[in-house]
Design a protein around this ligand. Structure first.
Ligand SMILES: [Zn+2]
Ligand SMILES: [Zn+2]
Length: 344
């Protein structure tokens, strides 16, 4: 089968590999029916994920059909349509039992697929801990509707869940890339009084205004004034930082009102400065981390009920044989791209 592979730092290539086989009783083999490209794939390509193993098939955001399962797998059967979770987790350690699956202590846990072990930008993928890592897609939900459930949408859902959003709140989301938009969709489920989204790219601002007319879309130059004048208490009650630059990190705490919650969803390339003397007395609560992708059942049911729809984010679709072109488009943010779907 063809598999898009991290061959060496800076280089991915579509190469021929054997079809994966079950290695453990808890494994499943999934025939990938639709995959996607994530910004984290680009981080691997550019060498900023040291634990990524050269030779692995990349891709950690996909849906498919279960082909075979190990003898210890009980939650899915061959023929089931499933979403694949970006996180590999055992389901039994202290952290898993508390829902902190990102911190699973199993040596094989964490972000493994498409990083440390072969991922899903290929025709087939082996999924370890299949009882935890796979979720059945309801019949009424299409592959395109379910494509982001295991990664970018799980991240948005987790971010909105931990941010303590109430109906009285003015919520500021910084960044309207794929994760920012998923965070926005999940924030809207909490029905806050006001949502402001800060984005620098004019095409993405346009996308926001077209698809989310109920939201105030604003550029970074205007966001501080907009939040101070447009909220009830001189700043946002909740800030979600999903952009990941030094400027957006600074805006996140500057735009927050005293005693606000600031949730850092973004992954930064370098350490950020917390100027505590300037912030003294503001009494902010910072929440940081990586997605605990343990809400996929609830997310799939929200999609089935028509309450959550990420299909507008799929702006382009490519066959696997043209994945190189899909990467170029995604990496260079050409043609208004938000997310690319890959058909194996
Ligand atoms: Zn990802
Ligand atoms: Zn665990």
């Amino acid at each position: 089968m063809l598999a898009y592979t991290y061959t060496k730092p800076g280089t991915f290539a579509l190469i021929e590999k054997p079809k994966p086989a079950l290695l453990d009783a808890r494994d499943a083999i999934v025939r990938v029916t639709l995959a996607s490209i994530c910004t984290s794939d680009l981080h691997i390509k550019h060498g900023s994920v040291p634990r990524a193993v050269p030779g692995v098939t990349v891709g950690h955001e996909m849906v498919g059909v279960v082909e075979s399962v190990g003898s210890a797998v009980s939650s899915v059967r061959p023929g089931d349509r499933v979403t694949v979770n970006v996180e590999t987790f055992c389901g039994h350690c202290f952290f898993c039992e508390h829902g902190y699956v990102n911190n699973c202590t199993d040596p094989n846990g964490g972000w493994a697929l498409g990083c440390r072990i072969d991922g899903g930008q290929a025709a087939f993928v082996r999924v370890p801990f299949a009882d935890q890592g796979l979720n059945k897609i309801p019949d009424s939900v299409s592959d395109r509707q379910a494509l982001f459930v295991g990664d970018v949408l799980a991240t948005g859902f987790w971010a909105a869940r931990i941010s303590e959003i109430t109906p009285e709140d003015t919520v500021l989301i910084i960044g309207a890339g794929p994760t920012g938009l998923c965070t926005l969709l999940c924030t809207l489920l909490k029905r806050p009084k006001r949502v402001i989204v800060c984005e620098t790219d004019p095409l993405r601002l346009q996308f926001l205004r077209t698809h989310f007319p109920q939201v105030i879309a604003v550029s970074p130059q205007d966001v501080l004034t907009c939040v101070q004048d447009g909220s009830d208490h001189g700043g946002a009650d909740v800030v979600l930082e999903v952009a990941g630059t030094a400027e957006t990190f600074r805006l996140a705490w500057q735009c927050a009102r005293p005693n606000a919650v600031v949730t850092i969803v973004a992954l930064y390339d370098s350490p950020q400065l917390l100027p505590l003397p300037e912030m003294y007395g503001k009494n902010l609560t910072f929440k940081t981390g990586g997605v605990d992708g343990c809400d996929c059942v609830e997310i799939l049911s929200l999609i089935a009920q028509g309450n959550l729809d990420t299909t507008p984010l799929i702006t382009h679709t490519y066959p696997l044989r043209d994945i190189e072109a899909a990467y170029t488009l995604f990496e260079e943010k050409r043609d208004g791209v938000i997310k690319v779907a890959i058909e194996p």
